[in-house]
Design a protein around this ligand. Sequence first.
Ligand code: ATP
Length: 285
Amino acid sequence: MENLVEVSHLSKAFSGQEVISDISFTLSGGQVLGLLGHNGAGKSTLIKILLGTLHYDGEVALLGLTPEKHRTKIMERVAYISDVSSLPSWMTIKQIINYMKGVHPQFDADRAKSYLQNTELKLQMKIVQLSKGMKVQLHLALVMATDAQILILDEPTLGLDLIYRETFYHDIQSWVQKHNRSMIIASHEVSEIEHLLTDVLVLKSGDVVLQGALDSLYEQYISISIPHENREKAEQYCPIYAKEEKGHTLMLFNNESSEALMALGQVSKTRLSDLFLAKQLGLNA
Ligand SMILES: Nc1ncnc2c1ncn2[C@@H]1O[C@H](COP(=O)(O)OP(=O)(O)OP(=O)(O)O)[C@@H](O)[C@H]1O
């Protein structure tokens, strides 16, 4: 399948200081990439590069186009939502829909209105009167009506309540699947987005520390709840991460599935949040 996003040996330095080092990945329709990392890991810098607002070293192509050179063309088919995205506050919802119709070649006003029918938003409402969650709903409806091929989200649900978050991710996931789009989500809420993701890219101070399809990572990394009496024996198998939980220690192992180890505790599905912490903190968690 044709790749919608291609990144090859991407690096970025600010004043000689490298903040992204040699990142490569591709995304095709239906793939949802979780871009994860501690504060300052380089997530927003990578997003800015994809959106064509920063210079970089390496190769980057969205829909076959280079972000720096073809920013306007790319932005017709790439949508971006972040917690700081701003919509013109003086407009009514009806006005912004009409405005989008005027400036965006692929915008379908009827589709935007039909998405809004499932919300409490009304066409005559002014954007300035909307709560943060309502603004995100409006933004999402506008994006879903633009027929964007690639959707980039940077902490889109920051400050939203649980109901808005659930609805937001539910709507966006059905849209991505139905239309075979690609999506990149940068977020600190690892557990919240795990079920949406097909792939992950975890950064630590600009370096890739974990990358791949989630299904193969779930196979590669094994989580076992070890009762305290077996802890010492389990440690001999070199866990990459250990966390005290009620009545046992949760240990994570890489490519270690010997029967003797499995017999020491209860094997459970690996959680992305534990894998994330293992890669950020290692055994010193
Ligand atoms: N314009 C800039 N000039 C100099 N350094 C910058 C600039 N923008 C970002 N940085 C640095 O690059 C590094 C990566 O920052 P970035 O904003 O990409 O991280 P992030 O993963 O998005 O972090 P957070 O989760 O806190 O938003 C940080 O060390 C930051 O200080």
